[in-house]
Ligand binder design. Sequence first.
Ligand code: MD6
Ligand code: FE
Length: 217
Amino acid sequence: MSFDLFATSSDNGVTKTQLADQAWHLPNFIQNRDNLLKALLNELIQLAPLRKMKTPSGKLMSVNMTCCGDVGWVSDALGYRYQGTDPLSNLSWPVMPDLFNALAKEAAAAAGFENFEPDSCLINYYSVGARLSMHQDKDEADFSQPIVSVSLGLPATFLFAGLQRNSAQTRIALHHGDVVVWGGASRLAYHGVLPVENGMHDLFGSQRINLTFRKAC
Ligand code: MD6
Ligand code: FE
């Protein structure tokens, strides 16, 4: 399939830049919904507190995580998986707020994925220096559904590669309000986040927050 890599187009008022086949960067897609998102996040992290998870090999991840939705992503000595309860409390994860669901569906549709029905949102808080090494999102049952990733707060450099860990990498500067959507031919693309650099954001302080929406089950 051919496409204009990095070509930027606009339709229905949505600007988007193509990163790869079926992978798109939607700058400032969330527009003025940031204050609402912040209020919802503050409620969610009271119900299911942020925590650092351990990789199956026992390393503490640098990102603080929690989840909402029908299932949440969990990592521990047993491996990576989705489960319906928060291991800290054994309670169900908080319900996904309607605004989260609506934004994820809108962004997916803008990137060509109609009928996205996320059942899980992974909420990641990056302090300065936190990073995410190159990985595939492959713990979901259905790879026909895309991944939708919303960035808030401090900027970060997102690395987007192909289907092999050592594929050529594209570097994308992600700013507050940006969304990245990848699916289809790019669904299993390797990606990661370079260490977040020091800074101060008006609304979120010295943190980067990332929401990743998936259809996990
Ligand atoms: C990002 N996040 O923070 C991209 N993947 O921009 C991810 O790729 C990601 O935050 C799996 C689990 C959590 C994540
Ligand atoms: Fe990921």
